[in-house]
Design a protein around this ligand. Structure first.
Ligand SMILES: Cc1ncc(COP(=O)(O)O)c(C=O)c1O
Length: 357
């Protein structure tokens, strides 16, 4: 294994953290992991104090957005130590995203080892309350200084960590979602399957307009026909139609291959449900709602785990889902996945990477 050089911070920012009101992405722990790609290879792996960095005005990523990121969490295990949930999937997705925007691959084992080492060093930043966790944010970007649209020669990977509060302070909460027929996020053949900044920038205007109208998120339709369902803001989307769990397939290349998505599909199969990954049109959902076969709709993602949808609005028409209440399937998924993450339920899939801190 590559050596990771460690330089510890003098003192700590921990006392400036409001542990009773953590929220999401507000506080950053004391250290970051960094690695540099220079002269055709990754190296100089190090853990250093978190702090501002000097950036040249000509740094290419500021101009051309050659940057990717990841998001995963470290959970305090019920019996002590820490659990990472399927970090190998995030490592693989980082490299998938990188390949889409000409970023050189990073060693996937080193990625997970670096996270473990960083979490151990900043262990006092791991929140201990059920529902809270230490969010891990790797970001990887072109760091060369030049103008002109071409791939960077040099890159930097930074992994930072941030204690985050429970997404649901008072239990699962159904959200209202606006189906956008005006804005699009990604198109077939584009970057939709990459966790790259462009997709998030593309979603901001539509997201802001939806918020103004009182919606929590946007459900994106495909960019060409605007009839196929893609995904929600920062979540994949699932529909229970009759006794089948249906979700948009990855094959069209327009949605993120969510770790929670895969987890939900696997659990549903374990529980004997019929599961299908396929194209779904918005018209099919309208029809299923009218004929009563649409039972539940929920989003899946690392931040919320499961986000039940209470209402979908499309072209001014409101679809009330499951009477606006949390469905049994959404609740069972949430309880099972969080139970696994906090070490309360036995992991039979090899999803948890447990380590002592
Ligand atoms: C666009 C998008 N889709 C889906 C997801 C859900 O992915 P995961 O379950 O890996 O968090 C995310 C969050 O990472 C996202 O940003």
């Amino acid at each position: 294994m590559t050596d990771i050089k460690v330089t510890l911070k003098d003192g700590s920012n921990i006392d400036n953290t409001d542990w009773n009101n953590l929220r999401f992405g507000v506080y950053f722990s004391d250290h970051v992991f960094m690695s540099d790609f220079k002269n055709g290879e990754w190296g100089d792996d190090r853990i250093i104090p978190y702090g501002p960095m000097q950036v040249d005005p000509g740094m290419c990523t500021l101009h051309y957005g050659q940057t990717i990121f990841e998001g995963l969490k470290a959970f305090p295990d019920k019996n002590g130590g820490v659990n990472l949930f399927r970090p190998d999937k995030n490592a693989a997705r980082l490299n998938h995203s990188g390949a889409m925007v000409c970023i050189p691959a990073f060693d996937e084992n080193l990625f997970v080892d670096a996270i473990k080492k960083l979490v151990k060093i900043d262990k006092k930043w791991i929140p201990q309350k059920r529902g809270e966790s230490l969010y891990l944010r790797p970001v990887l970007y072109g760091s060369s200084n030049f103008l002109g649209v071409h791939a960077s020669e040099e890159y930097k990977l930074i992994i930072m960590t941030s204690p985050v509060g429970s997404y649901y302070a008072e239990g699962l909460n159904p959200v209202d979602i606006l189906v956008s027929d005006t804005y699009v996020r990604a198109v077939k053949g584009g970057l939709g399957s990459a966790k790259t900044a462009a997709n998030y920038a593309a979603s901001m205007l539509g997201g802001a307009k939806a918020k103004e109208l009182g919606y929590a998120q946007v459900l994106w339709l495909d960019g060409v026909s605007r009839s196929f369902i893609d995904e929600v803001g920062a979540m994949n989307i699932m529909f229970q139609i009759g006794d089948e769990l249906v979700t948009p397939s990855l094959e069209r290349g327009a949605i993120l291959n969510g770790v929670t998505r895969d987890t939900v599909l696997t659990l549903a199969k374990d529980w004997g449900m019929k599961v299908r990954e396929r194209d779904i049109t918005i018209d099919e959902i309208l029809k299923a709602n009218t004929d009563g076969t649409l039972k539940e709709v929920f989003g899946t993602g690392t931040a919320a785990v499961i986000s039940p949808v209470g209402k979908l609005t499309y072209k001014g028409k409101d679809l009330l889902i499951n009477g606006g209440k949390i469905g049994n399937l959404a609740q069972k998924m949430y309880d099972t996945i969080t139970g696994l993450q906090y070490g309360e339920i036995e992991d039979t899939h090899g999803w948890i990477q447990h380590f002592e801190v």
